[in-house]
Ligand binder design. Structure first.
Ligand code: ZN
Length: 158
């Protein structure tokens, strides 16, 4: 797809998708590039600083639905970023490359399975397709805002 068209789709939808996944505390940078290793997209998330970088290979995007599915896939990876902190923390403790390779395989498989479960929950459990929802009604950000005021020192009487 054309790079500017992919950018337009992301700009139109990302803040709504971030809200749907409650990732507002994250500083998320998206980059459109050509990835050499065959990946459609990659996400690098740093849980310590709540920063994530998503790179999408726009040349591999087929259409708008594909862009949005790819974006949600990468946003889902941010949800398990705390496990990545663990992974990076133990790296220097594993000297055996074969052992590390096996651990990486298990980590990546578990990460993709978790991400798939999140996607299935959103898509099939809640009926939330990737992208901005046309039928969305925003709840009150603070549910307590609608509670009746409690008089100082008193109890609420019906
Ligand atoms: Zn993935």
């Amino acid at each position: 797809m054309d790079k500017s068209e992919v950018k337009r789709i992301i700009d139109e939808h990302i803040r709504f998708m971030v809200w749907d996944m409650q990732l507002q505390k994250w500083e998320i940078e998206t980059t459109l590039d050509v990835l050499e290793d065959g990946d459609h997209a990659v996400c690098v998330a740093d849980h310590s600083y709540s920063r994530a970088s998503i790179t999408i290979d726009y040349t591999r995007c087929k259409d708008e639905a594909d862009v949005l599915s790819t974006l949600r896939h990468e946003l889902s990876h941010i949800l398990h970023a705390p496990f990545d902190t663990y992974r990076r923390s133990i790296r220097h403790l594993v000297q055996d490359d074969g052992a590390w390779e096996a651990m990486e395989h298990v980590y990546k498989t578990a990460a993709e399975q978790t991400r798939t479960a999140i996607e299935n929950m959103l898509r099939y459990g809640y009926g939330i397709m990737p992208g901005k929802r046309a039928d969305y009604v925003a709840p009150s950000v603070n549910p307590y805002a609608e509670e009746p005021e409690i008089p100082h020192g008193g109890a609420i009487t019906p």
